[in-house]
Design a protein around this ligand. Sequence first.
Ligand code: MG
Length: 159
Amino acid sequence: MDIRLGNGYDVHRFGVGDQVTLCGVEIPHNRGLQGHSDADVGMHAITDALYGAVARGDIGQHFPPSDPQWKGAASEIFLRHAVELTRDLGFAIANVDCTLVCEFPKIGPHSEQMRAELARILAIEIDRVSVKATTSERLGFTGRSEGIAALATAALVKI
Ligand code: MG
């Protein structure tokens, strides 16, 4: 059995705004996340986990931030590309697990919608998609609410 694991990590800083997009779900908030694309930190971490599992670089190589065509882009474009790449290489996605690290907004009320949205893009069953959240006990940049961090793991199986 040929099993591949990948990890992903991303951070985006808070700036002016009234909503954040996390794992494809728009959440009203008193600030927004800054970034070249829609700054969906969770989806970026998952995208990098998929690239990592098949050893095909990272999101910055496939979608350079210097390229104006990705300005304000929906991160679904990036995730979809990674999903198609893993398929083209003959792998099925066994599961994806994502952890969002922030004090606010609270993730719990939105996690089911996030799982559903990710499962749709990944084209796998929802019980193969996990979205968790933790605070960092008000320590560090996430604890001071300067930004949001995300970690992700993906497991792939060769078919
Ligand atoms: Mg990012």
